[in-house]
Ligand binder design. Sequence first.
Ligand code: ADP
Ligand code: MG
Length: 241
Amino acid sequence: MPLLEVNNVVYGVGPDKKTPILAGLSLALEQGEVHALLGTNGTGKSTLANLIMGCEGYRPASGEIRLDGTLINKLPIHERACLGITMAWQEPVRFEGITTRDYLALGRHHADPAACLSLVGLSPDLYLDRMVDKCLSGGERKRIELASILALGPRLAILDEPDSGIDMLSIQDVIHVISAFKKNGSAVLLITHREEIATISDRASQVCHGKILCSGIPENVAQHYKAQNCRTCGKGECHYV
Ligand code: ADP
Ligand code: MG
């Protein structure tokens, strides 16, 4: 049985929720699998991440989200967190007033905070005793958030564009982080719009206009994406023609 199943999920916004963002999207992740979700901006990747995490206001209009076969569509975010789903948002959340050391020790904390910081490219000597506050750059905050997810050791980590933004993680950093998740046995949904990031996963899927276009071996999916073989929209937001 897959760890996560997303079956035919529909989600819309606007008046009467009639503007479709996800249009019958289906995806499955096995235990411990790193699955890249590849798609250009505006194709519905972050929306899917929010729906799986169960963020406030994100509930499918129809379709199913299952963890270990159990329907979790209606569970609130904290209950999904207790089941082992964790997410690193595209824009990192602000957590203020504690040191990085304490931040990394929140939750179940099996892992060594210094090792987790090193894995995201931050020196423990420089960062462990720094406060998590607005003196950190966006990139530093994002790295610390990723380190905290590594420390948690979730069953499923959803990483929304870990390489995006100012002072972003290099592909080498992402490779280190992903291999640490794999070593922990965590499954990862790795959201990206860069095909070179997708190729470090076990499996990949391409999303366009709220639907999965193709899934399979990362190299093949990355090739499909690069060749702009988009049969769904032809010429949508992603400028595939
Ligand atoms: P991605 O993460 O792939 O860039 P998103 O999931 O953030 O895409 O958004 C998909 C599309 O849905 C975008 O065109 C975005 O503008 C639109 N969208 C997302 N949320 C809302 C909302 N609450 N109201 C209106 N449009 C939205
Ligand atoms: Mg996004």
